[in-house]
Design a protein around this ligand. Structure first.
Ligand code: PGA
Length: 317
């Protein structure tokens, strides 16, 4: 069989997604390029690997068998790459770090600290929301991930390294700005700017209010923290964001944190990698830098407000 590793990689991605379009997007190829690789691969194997029924594609029996083998080969190639990275130690090699959109506000400082200490390691940095990170982990496309709490059922090793308080922000001229002990019920009259589906911040906020049985009104959905902060500044609504995303705006007085009962919602940031993944020396070194630097961040980002006790009559958390 005269096949190439590239064909195998393209086949594996199409087989995993059962979609030429998604495979093309994820591999940064055009769809005709993916179709051509699959055609050549099928010719080399000498048997059809996919069948098309209506708009969907399925693996044939042979396709399933080749998919199983291709996954084993990919795993071995990953192991080989990992071994090479280990041998390079921190005197070279490459490290892929993926972080949540919300994390990138402080992750850049972590990267700077790492690069200052280990200048020879080539860093690749990916930023996406929680859903994207789970996909990256599933596809084994990052060495280390910084994110909110990963799902329990995923095959991951997760270590909390820093608190992530979610706070309610408002423009300084908002009627509730400066008011102490705002009751949660009062939020019923407000409108909120909300992150997109797939955001960890959004799902934490939705769980919080569902638990409290308090419906909130979402006036607009936005897929970046930057847009949300600006929206709050110009009075489009309130928002619930990680305190790490608004350090500068708070300092400049462009937004304020509202003193609402049961807030902040206390979450954690986690260092995550796949269980069974052999972290390279550079991976271990990066995790160590994160643990160390996070201790300094905690001092500098403790919430600049007093949390008030929950008023009587409200359900305890
Ligand atoms: P995100 O942050 O909202 O940017 O996806 C991740 C998280 O809080 O879990």
């Amino acid at each position: 069989m005269n096949i190439t590793l590239r064909q195998l990689k393209v086949f594996e991605r199409v087989a995993r997604r059962l979609s030429f379009t998604r495979a093309a997007e994820e591999l940064y190829l055009t769809q005709p390029a993916v179709s051509m690789q699959i055609k050549q691969f099928e010719e080399a194997v000498g048997i059809p690997l996919f069948e098309r029924l209506g708009k969907k594609i399925y693996l044939t029996r042979a396709g399933e068998e080749i998919y199983r083998l291709s996954r084993a080969i990919s795993q071995q190639l990953d192991d080989a790459e990992q071994t090479v990275e280990e041998l390079k130690g921190t005197e070279g090699g490459r490290l892929v770090v993926a972080v949540a959109s919300t994390v990138h506000y402080f992750a850049i400082r972590l990267l700077a600290a790492f690069c200052a200490r280990y200048p020879k390691v080539k860093l690749h940095f990916k930023v996406t929301n929680r859903k994207g990170l789970l996909q990256i982990l599933d596809d084994n496309e990052a060495d280390v991930v910084l994110m909110g709490q990963p799902p329990d059922d995923a095959d991951l090793v997760a270590e909390p390294f820093m608190e992530n308080p979610l706070v309610i922000i408002a423009p300084p001229n908002h009627p509730l700005a400066g008011v102490q002990g705002i009751r949660l019920e009062e939020l019923r009259h407000e409108t909120f700017l909300m992150r997109e589906l797939g955001s960890g911040t959004r799902s934490a906020v939705e769980h919080f209010f569902a638990d409290k049985c308090i419906p909130i009104t979402v006036s607009m959905e936005m897929n970046t923290n930057g847009a949300i902060k600006q929206g709050v500044e110009v009075g489009l609504g309130l928002a619930i964001v990680s305190i790490h995303t608004v350090e500068q705006e708070l300092e400049d007085g462009r937004v304020v944190i509202l003193d609402v009962a049961s807030f902040p919602i206390m979450r954690q940031w986690y260092l995550v990698h796949r269980a069974g993944k052999r972290l390279s020396a550079a991976g271990h070194a990066f995790e160590e830098v994160v643990r160390h630097e996070a201790r300094c961040f905690v001092k500098s980002t403790s919430p600049p407000f007093q949390q008030v006790p929950e008023p009587l009559g409200e359900p305890a958390e």
